[in-house]
Design a protein around this ligand. Structure first.
Ligand code: ZN
Length: 142
């Protein structure tokens, strides 16, 4: 394992052990997704204000990839506009599929999941929370 992979692993485990924005507030819209192949079960809540993602919360159970990526996502998407958040989610899903993305820096800490592209069985784990957020943000006008 090289240093970069090691660093990525540390970030993932840190978010798994101390998830950010865990627990729903009741202030936003929620959606619930389930990943039968792994058992991940997650609810994401997005609160919008004036076209900006005001807050993102998550609740649920799952593997380290699923739960940590939900935590990272809440931090990356908060404060973004609807169109920025959509672009980031699209790029993230592309990265997980191993596709080229034009602006990797935009993904901020979510870049640590790029290694998941080598493990097709874990792709759903890494994207389930993001798909839930995409559903919620997709209903918003730009
Ligand atoms: Zn999983």
């Amino acid at each position: 394992m090289n240093n970069m992979q090691n660093l990525y692993r540390q970030v993932i485990m840190e978010h798994y052990k101390s998830p950010r924005n865990k627990g729903l507030t009741g202030n936003g819209k929620t959606t619930h997704l389930h990943n039968p192949s792994c058992g991940d079960d997650i609810t994401v809540e997005v609160e919008m204000e004036n076209g900006i993602v005001k807050s993102v919360h998550h609740e649920g159970t799952g593997c380290s990839i699923c739960c940590s990526s939900a935590s990272v996502m809440t931090e990356v998407l908060t404060g973004k506009t609807v169109s920025e958040a959509r672009d980031i989610i699209n790029d993230y899903v592309k990265m997980i599929k191993g596709e080229e993305i034009s602006d990797p820096d935009r993904l901020e800490e979510a870049l640590v999941y790029q290694g998941v592209a080598q493990f097709p069985a874990r792709m759903k784990c890494a994207t389930i929370a993001w798909k839930a957020a995409e559903e919620l943000i997709g209903e918003e006008d730009e």
